[in-house]
Design a protein around this ligand. Structure first.
Ligand code: 5GP
Ligand code: SF4
Ligand code: MG
Length: 462
């Protein structure tokens, strides 16, 4: 998911809309914007893409100088409009709207405890637990109640919250998901606009200047009097999601203090060093393989060409996570450039293999277009374990690398050779010079939190 918050802008809903537009890649299922003007709090959500939901007429209804927004990506069965965000909850502490990126892992216990205390849940989303904990907190001030709530939940949360007159932003103590703070300088003596977004690429569109990341375990409050901050948790080692660098985030974002573009190029370079194979062309699987392929080509000296063309107009109806739709979807989405591939030895670069079915179709497609050899190179290690922190990976039984050797996977996808980036190589590529502080659980099966039962399927809300 993608989240955004805006404080102190006359057209806050439009700013939130633009930011969500830039964060659309983080979730295409539903989107929502809530605004507040000091007295009222409005909230509009819909299924589909940001630009489909928020027409000018709809945006005009969202008045106020504060806004939060959300774009949602979730697993199947959990996709109702009911669970779209922001979630707005009326409580003893007043009206609160929340937008959440990540996944909580100690869900079951907390929900039962809260229901015993009389909490009535309006959604099945894990994010509502945070608001119910705030409502049921013994703390007297709202900011204390929020800190109290956040210190009770475990897992991944980059969240933004809004009351009638305040904005809050917070990150879980391990800093799983990104969340940055930016500033648009005020003109004509007006105060600055403070913005928060999942990724810095959203700031560019708002002409906001990146200020800093929200720190792991930090709760930031923005009021008319300015920005204040406190740590609600400390002493837990950081474990930011390395898969954000591999696949999820945009290359034009700087997350976890590291440009995604730089990480991906280094992944490609390292991949070329580790598993070079004689070839004529380096071809990325667009778009996710492009930046790593540029690195691979630069390091190996083999020419880079767009041998697969992506149709950017394929609607989301065709990228539903259902197997039969997905199979057809590959052909709609990608088409080979026969002229480039014919008679050549091709190194295909992609970011990851999850089930292996897409990769097999792509290898077949490249071979059918006349390639003499097809060598697949993957810019991360084998994905052997599911994510419980907000990335929509399938259960272990469906992860091809959890149940097969690399040679078995190679045979399944019908490639002439297959190699993955080493874990050490991936960590080096993502290291911005501060040492590693990444979660790598989907490659090791060792999770940084308790409460994780690998056989469990938790409701996911990225
Ligand atoms: P597979 O061969 O495993 O069926 O598909 C691999 C492709 O899925 C890769 O091109 C990769 O970019 C893409 N992919 C990797 N992770 C995810 C994810 O979490 N969600 C979606 N929708 N696609 C993913
Ligand atoms: Fe990211 Fe993998 Fe950790 Fe999930 S398990 S947070 S995808 S590194
Ligand atoms: Mg891809």
């Amino acid at each position: 998911c993608g989240v955004v918050a805006v404080h102190g802008h006359p057209d806050a809903s439009r700013q939130a809309y633009l930011a969500l537009y830039a964060l659309q890649h983080r979730g295409q299922e539903s989107a929502g914007i809530a605004t507040a003007d000091g007295t009222h709090l409005s909230n509009i959500k819909g299924m589909g893409l940001v630009a489909e939901i928020f027409t000018d007429d709809v945006l005009a209804k969202l008045k106020g100088d504060m806004a939060i927004g959300h774009t949602r990506y979730s697993t199947t069965g959990d996709s109702a409009l009911l669970n779209a965000q922001p979630i707005r909850v009326e409580s003893t502490k007043g009206l609160i709207a929340i937008a959440h990126n990540g996944n909580l892992v100690n869900l079951g216990n907390l929900r039962t405890q809260l229901e015993r205390k009389g909490a009535f849940f309006q959604t099945t989303s894990d994010s509502e637990i945070i608001v119910q904990l705030i409502a049921h907190s013994q703390a007297t001030t709202l900011v204390d109640a929020i800190a109290d709530s956040l210190s009770q939940v475990d897992g991944a949360f980059s969240i933004v919250m809004m009351t009638r007159d305040r904005i809050f932003a917070a990150r879980d103590p391990r800093g799983f998901r990104p969340l940055s703070m930016g500033r648009i300088p005020g003109t004509d003596g007006n105060p600055d606009t403070i913005v928060f977004a999942s990724e810095t690429c959203a700031f560019d569109l708002l002409r906001a200047k990146f200020e800093r990341d929200v720190a792991p375990g930090e709760l930031v409050m923005v009021t008319k009097d300015g920005v204040t901050s406190r740590q609600f948790s400390s002493g837990i080692p950081q474990s930011s999601c390395i898969f954000e660098q591999v696949y999820f985030a945009r290359p034009d974002s700087k997350i976890f203090n590291r440009w995604v573009q730089e990480s991906r190029e280094q992944m490609g370079r390292q991949l070329a060093r580790e598993s070079h194979v004689p070839s004529d062309l380096v071809v990325p699987v667009p778009d996710s393989g492009v930046t790593a392929a540029i690195g691979y080509a630069a390091e190996s000296g083999v020419p880079f060409r767009f041998g697969l063309i992506r149709n950017h107009y394929v609607g989301r109806t065709f990228i539903e996570p259902e197997q039969k739709v997905r199979d057809f979807g590959v052909k709609l989405k990608l088409n080979p450039v026969r002229n480039l591939l014919e008679g050549r030895r091709i190194v295909l670069i992609d970011d990851s293999i999850i089930r292996g079915t897409t990769s097999r179709k792509i290898v077949r497609m490249v071979r059918a277009a006349g390639a003499k050899e097809v060598h697949l190179r993957i810019s991360c290690p084998p994905t052997i374990s599911p994510c419980f922190y907000g990335v929509d990976t399938p259960r272990k039984s469906e992860l091809i690398a959890a149940n097969n050797s690399i040679e078995e996977i190679r045979q399944f996808i019908e490639a002439d050779s297959l190699a993955y980036l080493s874990l050490d190589g991936l960590q080096k590529a993502c290291d911005g010079g501060e040492g590693n502080h990444y979660c790598i659980a989907c490659y090791t099966g060792e999770y940084p939190t308790q409460w994780v039962d690998v056989e469990d399927i938790l409701p996911a809300a990225v």
